[in-house]
Design a protein around this ligand. Structure first.
Ligand code: HEC
Ligand code: HEC
Length: 184
């Protein structure tokens, strides 16, 4: 009896949540960030399961022109702070997926270099701080592009710029491949 009830209870809880908490703007985001925030495009980041505080900071930075992206800016320019909080809460509670979209041959070398990173991004790519992004399972080319953007200053973070100062482009690609295949 209990065994038969459990699946329908779980279904009820899952659909109940999805219906109650989905902000209307999500309909716009789906085109690039995928259903439930799981992106199928290596250049576009997944948002599912990302840290809520980090999402709020990044969406706000796109809106206010502090993080520049010609694709993102028009999508968020008319969002209020409350809209941004609702979107961040929604995406932070969606189930993350593992993209594993990097060059498989670079994964081992990325693992060797990840010692630099785990103090902030966590042993398994899941950070302990709400302001620091999870990297586990993220799209590899997206991660690599962000590392290059920190390096050349088109994305501003003094912290990240310092951390990767001595790494080669090959190292950055390897780190992206490594984190992209990490399951939580
Ligand atoms: C036309 C495609 C497109 C649409 C639609 C879109 N985005 Fe994006 N989004 C991108 C791209 C491309 C990036 C990566 C930008 C970069 O390179 O910095 C991005 C990055 C982001 C990031 C940063 C993720 C991270 O890990 O730092 C967040 C958060 C985000 N988008 C939220 C949203 C939300 C919320 C919506 C809907 C209101 C939305 N996006 C709609 C293309 C899109
Ligand atoms: C001292 C803490 C710290 C360390 C160490 C660190 N990071 Fe970060 N990382 C951050 C913070 C904070 C951000 C968010 C930056 C921002 O506000 O744009 C970030 C952002 C990133 C992003 C962008 C993620 C996204 O979703 O857009 C990537 C990729 C990244 N870090 C990779 C790495 C790698 C690889 C290493 C190791 C070589 C590393 N980080 C080491 C703190 C750290």
């Amino acid at each position: 009896m209990i065994k038969q009830l459990v699946p329908s209870l779980i279904l009820l809880i899952l659909t109940g949540n999805a219906l109650a908490d989905t902000p209307p703007q999500v309909a716009t985001c789906v085109a690039c960030h995928g259903q439930g925030g799981v992106s199928g495009n290596p250049d576009w980041p997944s948002l599912a399961g990302q840290k809520q505080g980090y999402l709020i900071a990044q969406i706000t930075a796109f809106r206010d022109g502090e993080r520049s992206s010609p694709q993102m800016a028009p999508m968020v320019k008319s969002l209020s702070d409350a809209d941004i909080e609702a979107l961040a809460a929604y995406y932070a509670t969606q189930t993350a997926a593992v993209a594993a979209s990097g060059d498989a041959e670079l994964v081992a070398s990325g693992h060797n270099r990840a010692g630099y990173c785990v103090s902030c991004h966590g042993m398994k790519g899941v950070s302990a701080n709400d302001e620091w992004p999870n990297l586990a399972g993220q799209q590899a080319r997206y991660l690599e592009n962000q590392l290059l953007a920190f390096r050349n200053g088109t994305r501003d973070s003094g912290l990240m710029q310092t951390v990767i100062a001595d790494l080669s482009e090959q190292d950055l690609a390897a780190l992206a491949a490594y984190f992209s295949q990490l399951a939580r």
